[in-house]
Design a protein around this ligand. Structure first.
Ligand code: PHE
Length: 349
């Protein structure tokens, strides 16, 4: 072989390399490497042929061959790099400094968040979580709670009756309050008892800024020997301070619920205007916010659950969770909690 033939062969190898590397779809770079640069590759064989060429001509040819090798290596490295990132098509168009694609994480609903905070506060006070059904019978929602049939107190809670009966043939309704869990808890265990229950309730009410046909309550019940109104006041006060800060005050106003005696409504000092500013829209200038119903468990309720009222006494309270959520997160209209507007939901994490 002479130098001219060798040079022609080299240029043929280079051409065939260029054609192969530009193929679409792209060829596997490892295959190309083996074919041209491998130990028995086209270029390697050609370089081996150099030994047949006279020494004085060999030198410049060797340099040409090495230059071709370096160039092929560089182009193969480029092909491998592009394939490793995102396929050969993207190549140099990839800008690693661009901001990433946003990945919205989602968060808990403000009501779930509030329920969790209330739950934590109760757990700290040594209460355990109880449960009860949403579709309830008249006995657990009303009668055992000292609402006799046709008693006018039933009108305080406009009720959705369900067109169904349970296995025992009893009429069913959507529970109007979480107080049914008081009865269920007492039926399931002997005193002493210290339970709470957050959950959904239903009332036949028109929806407005502070009412809805479904909302959430949290119920508390504590029965033991010698439990008094002082225990109720301490528990409620401690619970409120845990949620709204130690500066809040609580006060009790006499009120009526058939299942407690005495019964009370618990107010909390307004967390927005603090000192009862006369134009505060939240407390309407009174300085107080009505937060829950409470009282000492009525002896008739204890009797219905086969607890001896001479031996045991206790307190119960029930609060609307929406009210807490609105105050904790500064939400002015209850409907915002049900509309799933992301602008509202994204504010609570
Ligand atoms: N169940 C009552 C209501 O829904 C609240 C309450 C609970 C009152 C426990 C006293 C004791 O209005």
């Amino acid at each position: 072989m002479n130098a001219t033939v060798w040079k022609e062969k080299l240029s043929a190898v280079r051409d065939s390399f260029s054609v192969s590397i530009a193929q679409k779809p792209a060829v596997n770079p490892e295959e190309l490497e083996l074919r041209f640069l491998g130990r028995k590759g086209e270029l390697a064989l050609l370089l081996r042929d150099l030994k047949d060429i006279p020494l004085e001509e060999r030198k410049p040819l060797g340099a040409l061959g090495n230059a071709a090798k370096t160039e092929m290596e560089a182009r193969l490295a480029g092909l491998k790099g592009a394939a490793g990132l995102s396929g050969p098509v993207v190549k140099a168009d990839l800008d690693l400094t661009l901001p990433g694609v946003p990945f919205p994480k989602g968060s808990l609903h403000p009501l779930t968040h509030t329920m969790n905070r209330l739950t934590e506060a109760f757990l700290k006070l040594g209460f355990t979580m109880a449960d009860g059904p949403l579709v309830e019978d008249d006995y657990h929602n009303f009668e055992a709670l000292n609402f006799p049939p046709y008693h006018p107190a039933r009108d305080m809670q406009d009720t959705f009756y369900v067109d169904l009966k349970d296995a025992a043939g009893k009429e069913l309704l959507l529970r109007t309050h979480t107080s049914n869990t008081q009865i269920r808890a007492m039926e399931n265990q002997d005193p002493p008892i210290r339970v709470f229950h957050p959950g959904r309730v239903f009332r036949n009410e028109a929806v407005d800024a502070s009412h809805s046909f479904t909302f959430h309550q949290i119920e508390g019940l504590y029965i033991d020997a010698g439990v008094s109104m002082a225990d109720l006041k301490w528990t409620v006060d401690t619970f409120m301070k845990d949620l709204f800060g130690t500066a809040v005050k609580t006060r009790f106003n006499p009120s009526y619920f058939p299942f407690v005696e005495p019964g009370a409504e618990v107010d909390m000092s307004c967390v927005f205007c603090k000192a009862g500013g006369d134009r505060c829209p939240v407390c309407k200038g009174t300085g107080w916010l009505e937060m829950m119903g409470a009282g000492m468990v009525h002896p008739n309720v204890l009797k219905a659950c086969k607890y001896d009222p001479a031996k045991w006494s206790g307190f119960a309270f029930g609060a609307g969770i929406e009210r807490f959520a609105m105050l904790l997160y500064g939400i002015s209209d209850m409907r915002m909690l049900y509309e799933n507007d992301l602008r509202v939901l994204k504010q609570v994490h």
